[in-house]
Each structure stands twice: as structure tokens, then as C-alpha cells.
Design a protein around this ligand. Structure first.
Ligand code: MD3
Ligand code: FE
Length: 201
């Protein structure tokens, strides 16, 4: 299967997931959020992020005043829940690799939430791809270069779109400029969920 868009290693499958598949994933994510509630993390500099986050798998990404890192347990000491099979199915369909991901991060964007340009390099081995699933409201995704400050390209991510980041794109600066709140009926209270699957450990 080949992506419908390819921006320097960012492969995007527009509309890959049907409405029913999206609903099943959201349903499974409700169980994840029950076992591991969403948190509004602080950065090392003490700024609260606007995106709410949780995770599943052997490890998940967390941030606090000590900085960011992958943690094998939640702040409470409780294990992260299992990665839902509905989410693993998406990885198997698009990642092109045999290994299973050991970490699933779940980001929730409410009204006004955004994510500044950053690189993902907290994973132990950066050669593995990252798979991202967009659910809910439309998001303006921006991807730049491996170095900060280069030219960027933007694309709208919509509910059911799946992106795979590999090669140059894996280390490219990227972020979410804004959400068009209320554009999707998938989440009853609006907003957007992004699920990323990673080999982190
Ligand atoms: C490019 N998430 O979780 S999704 C993140 O929509 C993250 O929540 C955004 O950036 C979101 O780190 C963007 C697309 C995405 C995800 C992971 C990437 C792009 C990426 C990792 C490396 C390069
Ligand atoms: Fe990222």
C-alpha cells in the first residue's frame, strides 16, 4: 500500500480509516484514558503544554520540571495500559516493518491547543518509523527540515488520515499550528486526538 501524499518521507494516507474503524479506535482509547488519565504536562522550563497527553505500551512519553523522557510506569506507579489491537492493526497496515511498537502516545487537542515545532528524538533508536493516526477535528500540520529554521510545508490532517514518518522526515521539525474546532462529528465534545505508535525502548 502506498501513501497518497509524500512530503520528503512524510507519507500520508488520506482517509485510510473508515468511520466505523475510527469509532472503534476512539472507543478503545476511552479505556486507555480510564486506566491512564490524560495529563497536561509541564515542560522542563515550567510551561504547561496546551495538549493533553496519555499513553499505552511498555513505556510512554512524559514531561515534568525534570525534563522529558519515556517512563515504564505512570506517575502513580501504575503500568501503562496495553496498546489496543485496533491501533496495532494500523501500524501493521502501513509501517512496512515486522517489529511491533512498544509505545503509543495519545494527544488530545481541545479548543485553542497547538504544538510548537519540535523534533522527536527521545526514542532509543531513531531508525524506526513513527505512525500517526488523526481522529476528530481538522489540524494544520507543519513539517520543516532536520535543522531548525528551514522552509516548511503545511498540510491539513483530517479524521481517518494516517501519516508515516520515516527517513529524513523522522527527524524533521514538525508541529500542529491550529485545530479547526468543530469540523468533525467523531468526538462528541469536539477537538482532536492524535495517536502515535513508536519503537521507543
Ligand atoms: C514527524 N504529534 O506526538 S502528528 C508528537 O498531531 C507529534 O499530535 C503531532 O508531533 C500531533 O510528537 C503531529 C504527525 C507526526 C507525529 C510524529 C512525528 C509527525 C512526526 C515524528 C517525527 C517526525
Ligand atoms: Fe512530534
Amino acid at each position: 500500500m502506498r501513501p497518497s501524499v509524500d512530503l520528503n518521507g512524510v507519507g500520508i494516507w488520506k482517509d485510510l480509516l473508515s468511520r466505523v474503524e475510527q469509532e472503534q479506535i476512539v472507543n478503545d482509547l476511552r479505556s486507555v484514558a480510564k486506566a491512564a488519565p490524560f495529563q497536561q504536562y509541564e515542560t522542563g522550563r515550567g510551561h504547561k503544554m496546551s495538549v493533553r497527553m496519555t499513553g499505552a505500551g511498555d513505556v510512554a512519553w512524559v514531561s515534568d520540571r525534570r525534563g522529558y523522557r519515556y517512563e515504564p510506569v505512570q506517575k502513580s506507579g501504575v503500568d501503562w495500559p496495553k496498546i489496543p489491537d485496533t491501533v496495532l492493526n494500523v501500524w501493521n497496515a502501513v509501517s512496512g516493518i515486522d517489529r511491533t511498537p512498544d509505545s503509543c502516545l495519545v494527544n488530545y487537542y481541545g479548543q485553542g491547543a497547538c504544538m510548537g515545532l519540535h523534533q522527536d528524538k527521545d526514542e532509543a533508536d531513531l531508525k524506526w518509523p513513527v505512525v500517526s493516526i488523526s481522529l476528530g477535528d481538522d489540524a494544520l500540520f507543519r513539517v520543516g527540515q532536520v535543522t531548525r529554521g528551514g522552509p516548511t510545508q503545511s498540510v491539513w490532517l483530517r479524521s481517518g488520515d494516517v501519516a508515516v514518518l520515516r527517513k529524513e522526515a523522522r527527524l524533521a521539525y514538525h508541529g500542529i499550528d491550529r485545530i479547526k474546532f468543530g469540523t468533525s462529528s467523531l468526538l462528541p465534545d469536539g477537538g482532536r486526538i492524535n495517536v502515535t505508535l513508536r519503537v521507543a525502548g
